[in-house]
Each structure stands twice: as C-alpha cells, then as structure tokens.
Design a protein around this ligand. Structure first.
Ligand SMILES: [Zn+2]
Length: 379
C-alpha cells in the first residue's frame, strides 16, 4: 500500500475551482430553497389557485382528511417546482465538477427515496400545522410545541431510520484502529457510545463527512467510507475527536433548544403578519397555509445569521476540543486542507457570505486556530 503523505497541501487548481463551485452552489441553493418556493406561493396565491384547491380538498375529504389532502397537494407542487434545479444541481452540476459517482438511474433512485421520506414525514407535520392554524387562535404556540417534539423525534430516529434507508451502513472493521478510537472515547469520558458505523458514500459521491447522530439508545458515530479511504488514521482521529467535542459539549440538544426558541419567535411573528395583512377572521382559512410557509421561509432566511453564528461557535469549540485531546495540530490542519480540496469548499469565502450562510468557520480560520494552538502548546 502506498504511504499517504502526512501533511497535505492545497492543490491550487482545486482552490480556483472551489471559488466558482461554492458560489454557484450557494446561488442554486438560494434559488431552490427561497426564490422558487416564494415565487410559486405568490403566483398560486394571487391567482386564487390555493383558494380553489383548499375548497376542493375540503369538499372532497371533509374537515380532517381535506386538510391532509390540501397539504399533500401543496407539498407535491413544491416538489415539482424544485425538481429541475434539484436534478441539475444534484446530478449534472456535480458531475461537471467530478464530485458525483452517481449514475442517472441511481440518482433517481435516491431522489425517489428522499421524496418519499419528505412526504411521509413532512405531510403529517404540515397537516398538523394546518389543522392548528384553522382551528386555534394560538396556533403559532401549539405549532411550536408540536415542532419541538417532532424535531426531537426526528433526531432520535435519524441514525436508525433515515440513514439506513438512504445509505448502506457497515460496522467499522479495522480492529486495531477501533481500539484506538475506543481509547479516545474513554479518555474523553464517553462510555455510552457503542456504535461506530461506516456510511458508504463512495457509491454516490466523493464527499467526505463524519457525524455524531442520534439520542439516547440510538447514539452513534458515523464515518463516511471516503473519509477512511482518503485520510490517514491520524487525520481520522482528529475528525472523531471533533465529533466527540460536539457530544461532550451537548451541542445537539443545545442546538435543538436554540432552534426551538427561534421557531416560537418566528411563528409568533408569522401570526402577526398574517393577522395584519391576510385575514380579519378569527380562524385563519386553510388556503392561507402556504402563505404561512412562505412567511416562515422569509423570516427563517432573515434569522439565518443568528443560527449560523451559534453553529460556528459550536464548531470552533469542537475544533479546540480535538486539539486539546489529540494534541495533533498538524494532522488537524492537513485534514482541513484535504477536506476543502475534496469537497471543493472555499477556504476563504467572502466575509458577508460566511456571516450569513456558513455553519462552520472557514478553513482559513480553523487552520489559524490550530496553528495558534500549536504555538501556545509547543515547548
Ligand atoms: Zn462539527
């Protein structure tokens, strides 16, 4: 086996491509998560399509089934509008930059699975929201409460339902390295994570990631096979330690609490906007439900910098945790550079873009932090 170089250096050509790729990907994601749904909502609302669709659904299904039917139609409309850019951005564009290993049929297979999950989970929560909206004055408060439980539920089942449905998962096989990993876990004081799984991403793409997923009994460390293939063992250890940092700092639950507080506020504001601009009725009519989604998209976008700043803070703390426990700044720096080149991430994005959209500090800052740590701890 060829020995992998211990210290990876940036590939200048990849740095050049990363600038273009990351900017265009950002534009596509804003298009598909904000511009296209908002345009669709505005057009269908103003032309009265939503009103007629709500009337039709309620006539066909009655007050409960009718709501479910309407939410299903609205979800399906969104899926149709988002499809072209999803196909272009997720398949053709990824192939253009040689980041995808998907064949077109395999991409469609994944697309159908994701769509199914979205319908199975998003339609019920949407229907509950719509039901509360049309029946209760304080719908925004009840919706926040339901949302919190729903989000915890999704977090809990994510590694045991979503991941196995979308990916092949294998147990981590390397016995001697497993001992090292368990050793790291023990050193950090973590004794209740027993599951380390390898997620087979290589059939889909070249992308690299690792995550700490699940809650309670479903807690597990997930490592992408691409990570194990392309990174040295030392580098992988720094990644695991970073994930453990999230675990020890209880970042999943803190982020949930932060998100819950934000969603109460955004739903409250949405209610005010709806009451002041869209209806004078005590109970909001069903066809306003897509408008509620639209307002939430706008408010969510405006609130993004706050959420991202909080996430970047957690990420920097997890990096610091890995440095303190593994004490291997050169592997951590090398990992960062390699990750950037493989994923074509911009190591030094525009400051405003980072402020608004990035959940991780940019690579330049993460590397600087590791260098600083090394300067303080050497000698
Ligand atoms: Zn992280």
């Amino acid at each position: 086996m060829a020995k992998r170089s211990a210290h990876y250096e940036y590939d200048p050509e990849k740095r050049r491509l990363a600038k273009i790729y990351s900017r265009q990907k950002l534009i596509m994601s804003i298009g598909n998560s904000i511009v296209i749904p908002l345009t669709a909502i505005a057009v269908l609302f103003l032309t009265g399509v939503f009103e007629r669709l709500a009337e039709y659904s309620l006539n066909a299904g009655g007050s409960i089934l009718g709501i479910i039917l309407f939410v299903f139609f609205v979800s399906a409309i969104f899926l149709i509008f988002e499809f072209p850019l999803k196909l272009y951005g997720g398949y053709f564009y990824e192939h253009k930059y040689k980041l995808s290993n998907h064949t077109l049929p395999a991409w469609f297979n994944d697309f159908f699975k994701e769509t199914l999950l979205e319908l199975v989970f998003a339609v019920p929560i949407g229907a509950i929201t719509a039901f509360l909206l049309v029946n209760f004055r304080y719908w925004w408060l009840y919706t926040s409460i339901v949302g919190i439980f729903f989000s915890l539920f999704i977090n809990f089942i994510y590694p045991v339902v979503f991941l196995p449905f979308l990916y092949k998962l294998k147990p981590y096989k390397d016995r001697s390295e497993l001992k090292n990993i368990i050793d790291i876990l023990k050193r950090v004081g973590v004794t209740n994570i027993k599951k380390i799984k390898v997620l087979i991403e290589s059939e889909k793409s070249k992308k690299v990631d690792a995550m700490f997923a699940g809650m309670g009994k479903t807690k597990s460390i997930i490592l992408y096979d691409n990570l194990l293939d392309k990174f040295t063992k030392k580098e992988v250890r720094t990644v695991i330690a970073h994930e453990l940092g999230h675990y020890v700092h209880k970042d999943i639950i803190k982020f949930e609490i932060f998100g819950a507080a934000q969603s109460v506020l955004l739903l409250y504001l949405t209610n005010l906007i709806i009451r002041n601009n869209f209806t004078a009725d005590e109970f909001i009519p069903l066809h306003i439900y897509p408008v509620v989604s639209g307002i939430l998209i706008v408010l969510g976008f405006l609130a993004m910098p706050l959420m991202m700043a909080y996430s970047r803070k957690q990420e920097a703390a997890a990096d610091k945790f890995a440095l303190d426990y593994i004490k291997d700044s050169s592997s951590q720096i090398s990992t960062e550079k390699k990750l950037c080149d493989i994923d074509l991430a911009d190591d030094k994005p525009n400051a405003f873009i980072e402020f608004w959209f990035h959940g991780h500090p940019c690579a330049e800052k993460r590397i600087k932090m590791a260098e600083q740590w090394a300067a303080e701890n050497n000698g």
